[in-house]
Ligand binder design. Structure first.
Ligand SMILES: [Zn+2]
Length: 473
């Protein structure tokens, strides 16, 4: 009996041990399973950067990298009353939520003035006695619903299709960005360019050759809150006749000029049409987007003076925006717009800078071969392509008519010539206007003098009374 009684605890021991083991496994397993659900990382909240809210959409991003979001809320307190902007609960945890809404759609009778934006988010973690981690952010803001005011001081009555117009305007002090928008293009305005009128802006804008005539330019001014004011620009668009031409592609041009422009030797072995399209479409598009990037970085001051000069003694071989159809073995194989003038004199003729400026690109540019791009300020650039040699470096200051290189036939060029292009804020524009001293005098110079359109018209009337009188009769 005594032995039996003594035996009982020893027999129970393995059972207790086994049970303890089960509990231990349960703990480890449970901890392993539950640990992520007890995570202690709080939700992340991203508020708008601006401290001014307006009519532009308000963007709030909320995320939780751990257990996921359980609920989010946002309120806006204005003038003592609190408005709910967001209030959401999630049955299934959400890792990220993005909100974008117009304040006006959330708040009827929204008032301007100081406001407090409060955003809170709670995650689905079991930490904090199952309540989860919470993040609360408060930001003091100003609600501004009034767009800037703009006043047109001088406008352009006539703009050539594919050419440039210039305006002078005044914008209220709250303006953060302003300029001319047409279609998908934007041409910024620049302040402080006009003597004695530090508040005036000058903007050069184009009616690009590829924007339909019925699309009109608007002057736009936007403030920090994203409120924007638009003023339609009224001008007569003058039709410019653009040519259509056919360019035969010879076997030797194909072998010596087209194919070698492809980097990939396998691509060079392709069918002639494919090789031509790879150069004339794909490489051309790459080169153009590089030019757009270079000529979109405007210097906010005028670096040029007076009319631009055409390469001396040169003959015009091809015009701006000619639509070219390329023909190979009697078959049309591709089309492209020619975005400049082709000028020829003699072989390796010295190339003069069309005006004063700064060299911003010197090097190989695919179909344009050896190329120099000069920055003339206010978004205006000139491009010189197919050069045999280049005599400037990037960042060099260049004087008007300074020799910057020599003509050649590098890139996609048949014969020695200069490809000359003018770009405004990334858009190829009619070069011929800038060669015309009268066009500069009538359209650009008066704007830079800060005189109003009326004052300019008045002075033109009094300077040429006879002419005006004859015309009136
Ligand atoms: Zn050309």
């Amino acid at each position: 009996m005594s032995a039996f009684e003594r035996d009982r605890p020893t027999r129970r021991l393995p059972i207790i041990g086994f049970l303890l083991l089960i509990v231990a496994i349960g703990f480890v397993g449970g901890a392993y399973y539950l640990a992520p659900r007890f995570e202690r990382s709080s939700p992340q909240i991203k508020l708008p950067d601006s401290d001014v809210l307006g009519l532009a959409p308000v963007e709030i991003a909320i995320g939780d990298a751990g257990a996921g979001l359980k609920s989010v809320a946002a309120t806006l307190s204005v003038g003592g009353s609190e408005h709910t902007l967001i209030s959401e609960q999630y049955a299934q945890p959400v890792s990220e939520k993005k909100f974008s809404f117009a304040l006006s759609s959330k708040l009827a009778g929204l008032k301007e003035g100081p406001a407090v934006l409060r955003v809170s988010a709670r995650d689905a973690s079991l930490w904090n006695f199952f309540r989860g981690n919470e993040t609360v952010i408060q930001k003091n803001l100003t609600i501004d619903l009034t767009p800037p005011t703009v006043e047109l001081i001088a406008d352009d009555r006539y703009v050539n299709f594919g050419g440039v117009g210039a305006i002078v305007y005044k914008a209220s002090a709250d303006t953060a960005a302003s300029g001319v928008r047409i279609g998908d293009y934007f041409f910024p305005g620049f302040k402080g360019q006009i003597k004695d009128q530090p508040d005036y802006f000058v903007a050069l804008f184009a009616h690009p050759y590829n924007v339909p005539a019925n699309v009109k330019a608007v002057l736009v001014a936007t403030d920090k809150a994203g409120n924007s004011r638009q003023l339609p620009l009224v001008y007569e668009l003058k039709n410019v006749k653009y040519k259509k031409s056919t360019i035969p592609v010879s076997e030797s041009f194909f072998q010596n000029k087209v194919a070698p422009l492809l980097q990939d030797s396998a691509a060079r072995q392709g069918a002639p049409k494919d090789v031509f399209v790879a150069v004339n479409k794909k490489l051309r598009a790459e080169n153009e987007s590089r030019i757009v990037a270079i000529t979109s970085k405007a210097t906010p001051s005028i670096l040029w003076k007076g009319a631009f000069s055409q390469l001396s003694n040169s003959k015009v071989e091809a015009n701006f925006a000619d639509q070219r159809t390329y023909v190979y073995n009697g078959q049309p194989i591709d089309t492209a717009y020619h975005l400049g003038y082709d000028l020829s004199v003699t072989k390796h003729y010295p190339v003069e800078a069309a005006n004063s400026g700064t060299a911003v690109f010197v090097g190989d540019l695919g179909i344009y071969g050896n190329t120099v791009i000069l920055d003339h300020g206010l978004g205006l650039f000139t491009l010189y392509g197919h050069l045999s040699s280049m005599d400037v470096k990037v960042a060099d200051t260049v004087k008007a008519r300074q020799i910057i290189g020599r003509t050649g036939e590098t890139g996609l060029a048949a014969g020695d010539h200069l490809h000359y292009g003018v770009y405004l804020d990334g858009v190829a524009v009619l070069p011929v206007e800038w060669w015309d001293p009268k066009w500069i005098e009538d359209n650009i110079s008066p704007k830079l003098s800060g005189r109003s359109s009326e004052a300019v018209a008045e002075s033109q009337r009094s300077a040429r009374p006879r002419k005006a009188a004859t015309r009136r009769r």
